[in-house]
Structures are given as C-alpha cells and as structure tokens.
Design a protein around this ligand. Structure first.
Ligand SMILES: Cc1cc2nc3c(=O)[nH]c(=O)nc-3n(C[C@H](O)[C@H](O)[C@H](O)COP(=O)(O)OP(=O)(O)OC[C@H]3O[C@@H](n4cnc5c(N)ncnc54)[C@H](O)[C@@H]3O)c2cc1C
Ligand code: SF4
Ligand code: SF4
Length: 399
C-alpha cells in the first residue's frame, strides 16, 4: 500500500515530492508516481493544496481482494528433519474449518532434502494438498529467506487463511510475512472458528488473560493467525492421501543478510515439558527452591516432568523454561498435577487441555479446584511425601 495521487486534481507542481522524507515521490512531465518506498507516513498529504494526494483507507479494496483468495493453508514447520507436532494439530483444526467453508486445506513446507514420508504424513492429518519448496538455502531457518519464500507462495496461490504454530520459529518470521503481505496477524491463539461469511474467528487471551478476545481480520487477506502448540488435538487418518506439489520461488528472494554457521540443539527442560505425558507443577506453596526436590522425586517416579507457576519462577526457585501458562508453555499431558499453586487464569490457559487435572492445595477455595478433575485439600508437605511412599510401596520398593 502507498499514498494515492488523484490525476484529476494533481497539477504536477512537485511540492509533495519535496515533502516526502523517503524519496518515494517522482514527478514526471505529466504525472506523479509514488513508489513502494512509501511508508504511509502521511507527510505529503497536507502539503498538497489541491487535495490531490491521500492515504488509502484502511480496508480499501476489501471486496475485490477477498474474492480472489480461497483455501486454507497451514505452514508445516520443518526443522532438523522433522515436522513440528503443532503443524499436525493445526492441520486437524484446519480440516474442520476447510470443511465448513467448503475449500481445500493445504500444507506448506519449506526446507531442504525433505523426507517424502514426512510429506506424505501431512494428508493423514487433513491436508488435501502439500506445497513444497525444497532448496539448499532453506536448509536452515532464517527469517528473511523463509518469510520471502512464504510470501511468494501466498502471492502466487492466494489462500484466504494462513495458520502457523506459535513456536519460536513461527513467532519469529510469521509477523514478517504478515507485514510483507500487508495483512493482520493474531498471535498466540487458543481457539479458531470460522463464520458463515468466511471470517476467521481468532480467540486469544487479552488484558493479562482476564478476557478471551475473538479477533477478526475483515479487510485483508490472507487472514493470519499463530496458534500455540498443544491447544488443538491432532487427528490422524492412516492412509489418507493428498497431492504433493513442488514449487519454486525466485532465487533472489532466498538470499538474506544472515548466514547460519552452526546449529546447536537446545538442551533445556522445555522440550521435555511440552512432550511429557505426566507433569507435576509447583507454585509458591512450595515455599523455597529446595522443596522442588519433592516434586522432582514424584515426577521421576511417574516418568513425568516438573512444571511451575510463574509465582515460583518469579521467586527464582526454578528456571523459566519450566513455566506453564500464558507467558510460559502450553501443555496438554494425560495427567497434570498442580501442587501448591492457586490456579490463576494465566496459569490455567496453559494447562487446561490436560486430560486429567489433580490439584493439591490447602485452601479449599483456591481457583485451581474449578478446573481440577480431582481436588485434594491438604498440606502439600504431608500429601506429596505420603503419595511418594504409597507409590513405592505399591511397587514393592523401599520407602
Ligand atoms: C500478563 C500476565 C501473565 C502471566 N503469565 C503467567 C503464566 O504463564 N503462568 C503462571 O503460572 N502465572 C502467570 N501469571 C501470574 C499469575 O497471575 C499468578 O500470579 C501466578 O500464577 C501465581 O503463582 P502461584 O499460584 O504459584 O502463587 P500463589 O497465587 O501465591 O498461590 C500459592 C498457592 O499455594 C497454596 N499453598 C500454600 N502453601 C501450601 C501448602 N503447604 N500446601 C498446599 N497448598 C499450599 C495457597 O493456598 C495458594 O493457592 C501471569 C500474570 C500476568 C499479569
Ligand atoms: S503536491 Fe499535489 S498537486 Fe502537487 S504534485 Fe503533489 S499531488 Fe500533485
Ligand atoms: S505518505 Fe510519506 S512516504 Fe508516502 S509518499 Fe507521502 S510523504 Fe512519502
């Protein structure tokens, strides 16, 4: 988008060109041209005494644009030879949206030396078609090359909706894609739906998690959202097939200013936490850092991982990578034990997808009991050691 000159009013006086700090206006013999350098700063508008130059209205061109766009895309995140699970979750959610809208669901994969089996798995999660760009310059993720490649594909195929995981990769380059396409982006959604008119209803916590806001993007296409891992459930239909289409993008758009020299795999608890089947989380009720050893013992016994509330993290009792919640990780294990944490809404949004929630709290009115399947009103320092003893006894181990 750029400033618009009305040729009927413009006298080609050139005053606006002098006012433009970005050199975006060229004055010719008979007309004035505004280039893509225009940042829509608006400096030129008031300088024109003929009212010939203006900024485009927000939402201008809506009806024409949206009619050209069709289909739902999920960016399938490939990294180090695997597809991130959130992409499977999004494909399953996207399948429902596409069926309701009566359009195709497509997965888009960017990378290099992509494994055919991984690609063939994407239709099993719901994709009708898989668009693939396989290029050596996409072997390692960089914001610029990935964003440029995705933008090229969107301009070529014009999907009406583009979804991606709110992972570190998605959070990094999808906003750039939205900016380059001049569209909106709702980050970190926890729910998605679609209206009869095809508007993507993007729900996410707002105002510190105190309200769940549903956001729409009525004027721009594609409608774009990132969704947190684990808030949607993947559904795999073994043997379901789809078309795989290999595409290329112009070489120049893959040349960026960043070169990846080495990739060092992350070695913290985060991955363990999001993948764990059992999570034992502690809060301020633990009173001091050493007491987390109690939860570690319990987690170890049940082959689980240790999570934490932000309260405990802020106290410095445990590393931030363990934090569950709105500003931490979203988890959905089979069993989530909330021990000595109150159950603030910002914590609950990160764990409410768990299959079974067990809460241990000495306050019977603690909000965590509202989401717990099993609530234990007890002092954690009595209950947790007793539970550990009981598990060991059941297994015939020494207590
Ligand atoms: C923008 C924003 C984002 C946030 N993001 C997150 C987030 O991602 N994750 C998160 O967790 N929080 C988040 N918070 C903070 C959140 O609002 C709460 O402040 C925080 O979760 C409280 O931590 P807590 O439950 O450990 O502490 P408290 O609220 O102090 O609760 C401690 C609980 O322990 C119980 N207790 C105490 N002693 C015992 C005992 N001996 N036995 C049993 N129970 C006991 C108490 O009854 C109490 O319920 C966020 C806040 C904001 C404003
Ligand atoms: S100032 Fe107005 S009239 Fe003059 S060149 Fe710019 S748009 Fe045209
Ligand atoms: S809006 Fe700003 S950047 Fe665009 S042409 Fe006018 S002065 Fe230049």
């Amino acid at each position: 988008m750029k400033a618009v000159v009305d040729p009927k009013k413009c006298t080609v006086c050139g005053v606006c060109a002098e006012a433009c700090p970005f050199g975006a206006i060229t004055v010719g013999e008979t007309s004035v041209d505004v280039s893509d350098e225009c940042t829509l700063c608006g400096m030129c508008v008031d300088t024109c005494e003929f009212g010939a130059i203006s900024l485009p209205e927000a939402g201008a061109g809506v009806s024409t644009d949206s009619a050209e766009y069709s289909g739902i895309w999920v960016y399938a995140e490939w990294r180090m030879g695997t597809i991130h699970k959130v992409s499977h979750e999004l494909l399953s959610a996207g399948r429902k949206l596409a069926d309701r809208r009566g359009v195709a669901l497509c997965a888009v994969v960017l990378g290099h030396l992509l494994d055919e089996d991984l690609l063939r798995e994407l239709p099993e999660y719901g994709a009708d078609r898989v668009y693939v760009v396989d290029h050596p310059r996409l072997a390692h993720f960089t914001d610029e090359s990935y964003a440029n490649a995705l933008v090229e594909l969107v301009r070529l195929k014009k999907p009406e909706i583009l979804l991606a995981g709110a992972t570190s990769m998605g959070r990094s380059f999808i906003p750039r894609v939205a900016a380059l396409l001049g569209s909106g982006l709702t980050a970190d959604c926890t729910d998605l739906d679609i209206s009869d008119e095809g508007l993507l209803l993007q729900t996410r916590p707002a105002f510190g998690g105190n309200v769940m806001a549903t956001i729409v993007c009525p004027h721009r296409r594609p409608q774009m959202a990132t969704v947190r891992p684990k808030v949607m459930r993947p559904r795999k239909i073994e043997g379901r097939s789809g078309e795989i289409e290999r595409l290329s993008v112009p070489e120049e758009c893959l040349v960026g200013r960043v070169e990846v020299l080495e990739v060092i795999p992350e070695r913290d608890q985060t991955a363990k936490l999001t993948e764990a089947d059992v999570i034992v989380s502690g809060g301020r009720g633990l009173r001091k850092p050493e007491n987390f050893a109690l939860l570690e013992d319990l987690a170890h016994l049940v082959n689980g991982a240790v999570g934490a509330s932000r309260g405990a993290v802020e106290e410095g009792w445990i590393a931030p990578s363990h934090q569950v919640g709105q500003t931490g990780r979203t988890v959905a294990p089979t069993l989530y034990m909330a021990v000595g944490l109150s159950g603030a809404i910002q914590h609950v949004v990160g764990m409410q997808g768990s299959k079974v929630i067990v809460a241990v709290n000495k306050d019977p009115d603690a909000p965590i009991f509202e989401v717990a399947n099993y609530g234990i009103v007890a002092d954690l320092f009595e209950f947790v050691p007793a539970l550990i003893r009981r598990i060991r006894q059941e297994r015939g181990e020494d207590s």
